[in-house]
Design a protein around this ligand. Structure first.
Ligand code: M6R
Length: 364
């Protein structure tokens, strides 16, 4: 049931404050400011590496997870696209753990990667949305996302719930590995608890984003740029846009601009820059200047400070509320989903059932 929404995707985008809240509450005790005990088959303090593997949007959630695990917990993470992982013949240690991320829990390549790790004797965790799925069944521990059924082929709420689980797990790993103090844990848990409220605020930008989508729909190619966790988000933005609007889009690390994609920039290729005002914001501003100097049109997604400090003319600037670093990818995912959604609606495509795509890819 779509309720009063035009599409499941729209409904699922709007459910995010609630499902993020449920998911976080499953892993975090907000009253005490601590991570809940989890019955893990491995000890975060004892492993040397974590291997994460997934497909599509779930892979991009894993990539953001890598930034978090390495930053907060000082835990090295190998992240792979599952279809590569299963054939890559990399060395695996049975003393390390593997994490698989899947909304459906049935993705063929992700499942094959899981079985591959199991054979290598690794301990296995699965971040899944469908709890009675094969991937859930075959893992040592299921780490559920509490997103509820996701019907739209384009993943939205499952993605932000995957991010919520990974963020919480990274704090838990950080504490277990002695990388953060109890005080720091408390501070991070408090910051995470703000996600649902901030997500609700961002959803109110829908009219503004819908207007912008009518402009974006006029183009044939779009480039997304971001640094740090906004780099995977740039790829997620591009994936979402191409899936449902069929506009060609690419996501790049902003620092890679000069290494190739800048050759594509002209007035026919808008560039969406995801850049909250953080410690590397100025670097991204230089990239925007390079784009502007070549006639590229910029859509900047930032916060108040970023909007004030950016010195380039933009086609549009979407200003989000100030958000703590740790929840930034969760909150910045929303305008990106909304922009893809409204662009697809404007283009008149079949938003929930885009051509050639299946919700769950159970064959290789
Ligand atoms: O069910 P899974 O999370 O394993 O699915 C993985 C991908 O097929 C999925 O994320 C796909 O990329 C989505 N259509 C993205 O919106």
């Amino acid at each position: 049931d779509k309720g009063n929404h035009r599409h499941f995707m729209e409904k699922e985008i709007h459910e995010q404050p609630e499902v993020i809240s449920h998911t976080l509450a499953h892993y975090l005790d907000f009253t005490n400011g601590t991570c809940r005990q989890l019955d893990l088959p491995f000890d975060f303090a004892a492993i040397n590496r974590l291997a994460i593997s997934a497909c599509g949007t779930a892979y991009l959630a894993g990539l953001i997870g890598k930034y978090w695990f390495e930053r907060h917990a000082r835990l090295p993470v190998d992240i792979d696209i599952a279809s590569e992982f299963r054939y890559r013949e990399m060395p695996l240690s049975k003393d390390d753990a593997a994490l698989f991320i899947s909304q459906s829990g049935e993705t063929a390549d992700t499942l094959a990667s899981l079985r591959y790790c199991r054979k290598a004797g690794m301990k296995i965790g699965a971040v899944v949305n469908v709890r009675e799925s094969t991937i859930a069944r075959e893992s040592d521990v299921t780490l559920p996302t509490l997103a509820g059924p996701e019907i739209g082929v384009a993943s939205t709420k499952a993605f932000t719930c995957q991010l919520s689980v990974l963020a919480a797990l990274s704090v838990r790993a950080a504490r277990a590995r002695g990388a953060i103090s109890a005080e720091q844990e408390k501070a991070l848990v408090r910051q995470l608890s703000e996600a649902p409220r901030l997500a609700t605020q961002v959803l109110k930008l829908d009219t503004e984003i819908e207007k912008l989508a009518r402009e974006l729909g006029k183009y044939k190619h779009v480039l997304y740029l971001g640094r740090d966790t906004n780099f995977p988000l740039a790829m997620e933005g591009a994936l979402k846009l191409k899936e449902i609007s069929y506009i060609h889009a690419e996501g790049y690390a902003a620092g890679e601009l000069k290494h190739g994609p800048i050759a594509l920039i002209d007035e026919k290729m808008p560039v969406i820059v995801i850049a909250p005002h953080d410690r590397i914001f100025e670097k991204t501003v230089s990239n925007m200047q390079e784009v502007a100097a070549r006639g590229g049109k910029i859509i900047l997604i930032t916060d108040r400070e970023g909007a004030a400090r950016s010195t380039v003319d933009t086609l549009a600037t979407i200003v989000l509320p100030d958000v703590p670093d740790i929840i930034s990818p969760i909150i910045y995912a929303l305008p990106i989903q909304m922009l893809a959604y409204y662009t697809a609606v404007f283009m008149g495509t079949d938003v929930d059932q885009p051509r050639n795509l299946a919700k769950s890819v159970t064959v290789e």
